[in-house]
Structure formats: C-alpha cells, structure tokens
Design a binder for this molecule. Structure first.
Ligand code: V47
Length: 431
C-alpha cells in the first residue's frame, strides 16, 4: 500500500519505549494495529510519541486541513424514560428543570441558525415518554420547510430504537428500524449523530446505562442507516467505570463494521485487499478523492459510512457517578490519539471543543484530531462547572485556534464537503 509524500510523515525521534518501534513500523506501512498494540499505546509512558504517531496518520489523511462548521445544537427535551447513572441531562416529567421544546420553538431556533449562516442542525434529546412518532416527522418537515438547505443531523441510535417502538408500524427488529429511518429520511433527516454508543460492553452497560440499547443494537441502527445511504458518526464515552481494554474493544467493533461498509468500495478503487479483509485509509492520494470519501452513490460507494469518531470524556458533575474523578487532560489526549490510530478506516476524528475545551481541542489537532465541531451555541447535555447551556464559540475563535495549532481552517458541511461562504450565504464547493 503506497503512502503519501514524506513531508507529511516526517521521521519521529527515537523513543524510549522499544515496543513503540514495531507499532510505528505498522503505522508507517498502513498495517492495522491490534488490541494488544492498543494496550501498549495506553500503557507506554511515552504519551508524546503516541500523539506524534496519531499526528502522522492525521497529516497523511488530511494534510494541513482542520475542519469546523457553523452549526446549532438543539436539545428538544431532557425528559427521558431512562435514568442512566452517567447522565446529568435527563429529567422526569415533574422534576425541576424538565423542559420540552415545541415544534414552533424548534423552527424558531432553526430560523435563527439559518440567519446566522449555519449549515447544520444537530438535534438530539431524551427518550420522551409521550411525544408520538408523528411529532418527530412533523417537526423534521417543519424544520426543512423553514430552512431547506440546512442539513439535519438528528437522533442517536437509542432514540431511533425508541421511535421504532412508539411508531406502531408493525415491522419489528431490523426491518422496523429501516422503516422508521426511511420515514425520517423522507421527512428531512440528513444523517445520524454518533451519540448513545457509550461503551460497547455488557458489564459496563448493565452497571451504568442498563435501560439503553446494547452495543450490537446500536451498531445495527447505524448499519441500517448506512444501507439507506445516510452517513453517521460514532462516539465513545470513556473515563467512568469502563476499563481501557473495553475502550479498545469498542473501537475494534466500530472498525469491523466500517470494514464491511467500505470493502466493496475499496475493491472498486483498486485498493489491495488485505488478507483479513481490513480496509485501512492511508491517504488522499490513494483513497480520498478530493480529500474525503465520496458521497454515498458515487465512485463505487453504494452505502453511507461512519465519518467521524468523537471521543467523549466523562463529565461526572451532577450525575449519579459524581464521586468518580473526570479523566485527566493527558488521558483525553491519549485516548483521542489512540482512537485515530485504531480507527484506521474512519476518515475523521473530532475533538468536540465543548467537552474537550477549546484549548485542549487545539492541542488535539496535533494529536490525531482533524475536526472541532462548530459554533454550537446551545448545548445542554454536559456543562462545564458553573456554566449554563449557552456554550457558543465564534468562527473567529475556531479559525484562530486552528491557525495557532499550525493548520489551515476549512469550513465544512456535515458531510465534510468544503463550504464557500459570502456572509450568511453559502454553498458547497463543487470539487
Ligand atoms: O449520547 C451524556 C454523552 C452524548 C455525559 O455526532 C456524556 O457529531 C460525558 O454524541 N459525560 C451526546 N458524556 C454528545 C454527542 C456528540 C457531540 C458532538 C458531536 C457529535 C456528532 C455527537 O454525550 C450522549 C452521551 O454519550 N454524555 N452524559 C456525561 N456526563
């Protein structure tokens, strides 16, 4: 497998931990890392070298580009049938702080976002006990009518399963999921966000989010979305009661599913098939037409795919697991770098600035991340200590952070196409 120009992959200084030599060799030659390699990356004291290796991969894929978008997060309701112990967002109906936005409220938010030039709405909420399925369809249609060009990325896999249960469509299981996704797509859904994945492990599931769907179910929802041509994202929520091997196993399951999704496409591109069926993305020259994977339906890619992995550090404050310490900055850097190295078939790694903080997200651009999410504006799910839900940053702050980190800011849409902008007016570049 050929690699791109060496200036994007400079030699790393010799490290103290000799186990990293073998791993570096694999990384340079586009050979997949296994879970034991992942444990070495977690255990080595040489975290700087782990970050440098992730940086090598990130530069090989994206050169100096670092992405951001102009978006608006909408959390339509925090009323939730579940009470996951890691979550401080959920409320019961009569509990203080419970809220529910109406379709009209949401449309107003969308209009405000469109006027500010947003290209994306990211909308998720709790598993609302009484809103009917029609409400979700009507709301999507109303959002689309208010701002036809805005991409709606909405509903985590857990919400999709909830919608399948309340839709009373008859179809169960995978067919039911596909049918609900199909209806949402018709109503204006553009992609699925990566939330609700937590950690794909039954022990962790039963201890921290028992009422939620298990990992296999989450993966099924994303597979169904991909088969309908929707792109999706994935997350890992780490730093609570899970162990590092469980994080690595989570990454391995995501990677395995992405292999299945990309296999036919990579064969159509003439990429050398690996004996184990893995598809490793090594650079724009080989498999990134126009520096990104093509859109579903183009260039031999018949399905949607996972675009981005977003490592989410656990926020203990105000949750039932408040006694636990939050992961340290170094653990956050290391986990993001390891996600870049293990998820070799995911095009993008996002340092979500709201949860990582902007200064850390800037640092992460040099440790595997190529994306920071966007202007956000309102975000309810986690809050930095002492802050409310107004968590906004400006394009100026995002582009400054990117430039200060030594990269070139690129405004993208939800599907990672470059955006050409004139004030609030925008269009997708035609490359
Ligand atoms: O699904 C909830 C997590 C997620 C806590 O797809 C918590 O582009 C940490 O998924 N500490 C929502 N995490 C956020 C999310 C996301 C964010 C940005 C971009 C994208 C994308 C997705 O936050 C939830 C849950 O996994 N979460 N509570 C907590 N206490």
């Amino acid at each position: 497998m050929s690699l791109v120009a060496d200036e994007l992959a400079p030699p790393l200084p010799p490290g103290r931990d000799s186990r990293l030599e073998t791993i570096e060799d694999k990384v340079r030659h586009g050979v997949r890392l296994n879970e034991s390699d992942g444990m070495v990356l977690y255990e080595t004291p040489d975290v700087h070298r782990v970050m440098a290796l992730a940086d090598l991969v990130r530069r090989r894929l994206h050169g100096l580009a670092a992405y951001y978008n102009i978006n608006r997060h909408i959390n339509y309701s925090n009323i939730c049938a579940l009470s996951c112990s890691f979550c401080a967002f959920h409320r019961k109906k009569d509990q203080e702080g419970a809220y529910e936005k109406s379709t009209e409220d949401i449309v107003r938010d969308v209009q405000g976002a469109a006027a500010a030039g947003a290209t994306e709405i990211h909308m998720v909420g709790g598993l609302h006990p009484w809103l009917p399925f029609e409400w979700y369809l009507d709301t999507l249609r109303a959002m689309k009518a208010a701002a036809p060009h805005i991409h709606i990325k909405a509903f985590t896999a857990v919400e999709i399963v909830h919608l399948q249960r309340i839709s009373k469509r008859g179809a169960q299981g995978y067919a039911g999921i596909t049918s609900v996704l199909h209806d949402l797509l018709q109503a204006g859904l553009g992609s699925l966000p990566g939330g609700g994945a937590e950690v794909f492990d039954d022990r962790v599931h039963d201890a921290a989010f028992k009422g939620k769907i298990r990992g296999d179910h989450w993966l099924d929802v994303h597979r169904a979305a991909h088969e309908l041509g929707l792109n999706t994202n994935a997350t890992i929520l780490y730093g609570h009661i899970e162990q590092r091997p469980e994080r690595l196993h989570h990454m391995q399951l995501l990677r395995q599913q992405q292999d299945h999704t990309l296999r036919a496409w990579s064969a159509a591109q003439g990429m050398q098939p690996s004996s184990d069926g893995s598809v490793v993305l090594t650079g724009p020259a080989e498999c990134y037409p126009n520096q990104r994977l093509p859109m579903p339906g183009q260039l031999g890619l018949s399905t949607g795919y996972f675009q981005t992995i977003i490592p989410l550090p656990f926020y203990p404050n105000a949750s039932e697991l408040e006694r636990l310490p939050a992961p340290t900055g170094l653990e956050n850097l290391r986990t993001l770098a390891i996600a870049r190295l293990m998820l070799d078939n995911f095009p993008h790694v996002k340092a979500f600035w709201v949860m990582q903080t902007l200064p850390m997200a800037e640092l992460m651009l040099n440790a595997g991340a190529d994306d920071m999410d966007g202007t956000v504006v309102w975000y309810d799910i986690t809050k930095a200590v002492g802050e409310g839900n107004h968590q906004e940053t400006t394009v100026g702050d995002l582009t400054k952070a990117i430039s200060d980190a030594g990269f070139q800011p690129v405004e993208r849409d939800t599907l990672y196409r470059r955006v050409m902008r004139d004030g609030a007016a925008w269009r997708v570049a035609s490359t």
